[in-house]
Write a protein that binds this ligand. Structure first.
Ligand SMILES: [Zn+2]
Length: 114
């Protein structure tokens, strides 16, 4: 439960306290509280892209189905899907990385650096 709250609050997967993101897409390299390096190895965040793709797909499909059911024009359909994608990208980007880091911490735990 503590981990789920830390994940939702976008906190460090190791100490569950340190803030992970500094700007919309900008990440700390190390946790400001426990000092653990977030990018564990080169290409570490590649797996989060799969989570991001899946989340984006699962979020956009209901909208696409609804718009198709409403029989809107292809222009309106495209504009709504593009707008939804643009608005959700920061959220999906952040939570894809956070879900990956927390899942990795559960499966292969690391210790605090300090
Ligand atoms: Zn930490």
């Amino acid at each position: 439960m503590k981990r789920l709250i830390a994940l939702l609050r976008q906190r460090c997967p190791v100490c569950l306290c340190g803030q992970v993101f500094t700007t919309l897409f900008g990440m700390q390299t190390h946790c400001p509280v426990c000092g653990v390096k977030f990018e564990r190895e080169t290409g570490y965040f590649l797996n989060s892209m799969f989570i991001g793709y899946a989340a984006g797909f699962l979020i956009l499909v209901p909208t696409a189905v609804l718009l198709a059911w409403m029989d809107v024009s292809i222009l309106l359909f495209s504009l709504i899907i593009i707008a939804e994608t643009a608005l959700l990208t920061p959220l999906i980007f952040r939570y894809a990385r956070l879900i990956w880091m927390h899942a990795d911490q559960v499966l292969d735990p690391r210790q605090r650096e300090r």
